[in-house]
Design a binder for this molecule. Structure first.
Ligand code: ADP
Length: 356
């Protein structure tokens, strides 16, 4: 009974928050300067005012400052625990039947994979999410029976590849998005692995990630040009009233958002960058259309948004991490990323307010 009361209360609070803020959040995470940047004397162009927790300022090359505000700002010292503490209420709502999408957006090298995947010592959002879902499932086991499934896929040059195929030397299966019943989208043939506990999860996620970089001479190079999507499907059965739910949580490590110089990029590289640009702008268009409650949402403009269609919009929850570098050398890309993130959230950036 307590559980149901909690659910009702959570839904009520959540709906109140939605009324006030909408169901799209943007978190900004700034990585620390790395060894190479410190060694060559780089300084940070990102300024944080201790009294303005969710804001940051960018010091532009002409010394002017641009201010940005997000739902949360993680400074270079923030660790994976701090990031997950803010993310956890959003991801775990998949257990209450919500569809959820989390994206990491930004220039290559700003920490998208670090945030989502993490390292063995510093596990990221993906692993921590599954750990938390297992934990809550156990806590609710006398009222709810949950089954968790994991799928992993990559979108590269508008082609979908399954990352959970057993043998990476098999020819890749050609996957397509299909309209399923009740207006939902499916990717028929996509491997769905039932997962029972955290023991197997890290290995599974790592093997998916390894397959992502197969076929490339430089692993980081290729993975930075594809979108990697981890899907967690939660099937719930209420043991008291027999009600069943099925919902998806998507955890997406996007391709690098950096612009490539047309003159430098040729052939494959140019084609790739055109596909990336197209899909990232399609994603931005969809989220900003949702934020401004436009009638027509252009889901069909890219594979990425088409796959995610039934988990973006309605009462689905969306969170975008905009990842940035503090280095002066990346200033242009940092401003592009922050402007993109402000646009998707419909929040814009403003001139710096004069301190009283
Ligand atoms: P991206 O996926 O955006 O290309 P990565 O996640 O590969 O970037 O990050 C680039 C490098 O910076 C990696 O070595 C990563 O471990 C490191 N890094 C990124 N973000 C952080 C952070 N917040 N704290 C410490 N190291 C980080």
């Amino acid at each position: 009974k307590k559980y149901f009361e909690e659910c009702v209360e959570r839904k009520r609070l959540y709906n109140e928050v939605i009324e006030l803020k909408g169901n799209i959040r943007v978190f900004c995470r700034c990585r620390p300067l790395n060894q190479a940047e410190i060694a060559n004397g780089s300084t940070s162009v990102v300024d944080f005012d201790p009294s303005r927790e969710n804001e940051l300022q960018i010091i532009c090359s002409d010394s002017s400052k641009k201010q940005f505000k997000f739902d949360h700002v993680f400074r270079p010292g923030s660790d994976q625990e701090a990031v997950f503490a803010q993310t956890s209420p959003i991801v775990t709502s998949v257990l209450d039947g919500y569809n959820v999408c989390i994206f990491a957006y930004g220039q290559t090298g700003t920490g998208k994979t670090f945030t989502m995947e993490g390292t063995p010592e510093n596990k990221g959002v993906n692993y921590r999410t599954l750990e938390e879902l297992f934990q809550i499932s156990r806590e609710r086991s006398n009222i709810m029976n949950y089954e968790l499934f994991v799928s992993m896929l990559e979108v590269y040059n508008e082609k979908i590849r399954d990352l959970l195929v057993e043998k990476s030397n098999q020819p890749p299966k050609k996957l397509e998005v299909k309209q399923a019943a009740e207006g939902t989208q499916e990717v028929p043939g996509l491997v769905e692995a039932r997962v029972y506990g955290t023991n197997e999860v890290w290995g599974l996620l790592q093997s998916g990630s390894r397959i992502r970089s197969v076929g490339s001479t430089n692993a980081n190079e290729l993975s930075s040009r594809s979108h990697c999507l981890l899907r967690v499907t939660v099937k719930g059965e209420n043991l008291v009233n027999g009600e069943r739910t099925s919902s998806h949580l998507w955890l997406v490590d996007l391709a690098g958002s950096e612009r490539v110089e047309r003159i430098e990029a040729q052939g494959e590289r140019l084609k790739e960058s055109q596909f990336i640009n197209k899909s990232l702008s399609a994603l931005g268009d969809v989220i900003s259309a949702l934020a401004s409650k436009t009638a027509h949402i252009p889901y069909r403009n890219s594979k990425l948004t088409h796959i995610l269609q039934s988990s973006l919009g309605g009462d689905c929850k969306t969170l975008m991490f905009v990842q940035i570098s503090p280095s002066a050398a990346d200033l242009g890309e940092t401003l592009c990323s922050l402007n993109f993130a402000s646009r998707v959230r419909g929040i814009g950036c403003g001139p710096v307010r004069k301190q009283a």
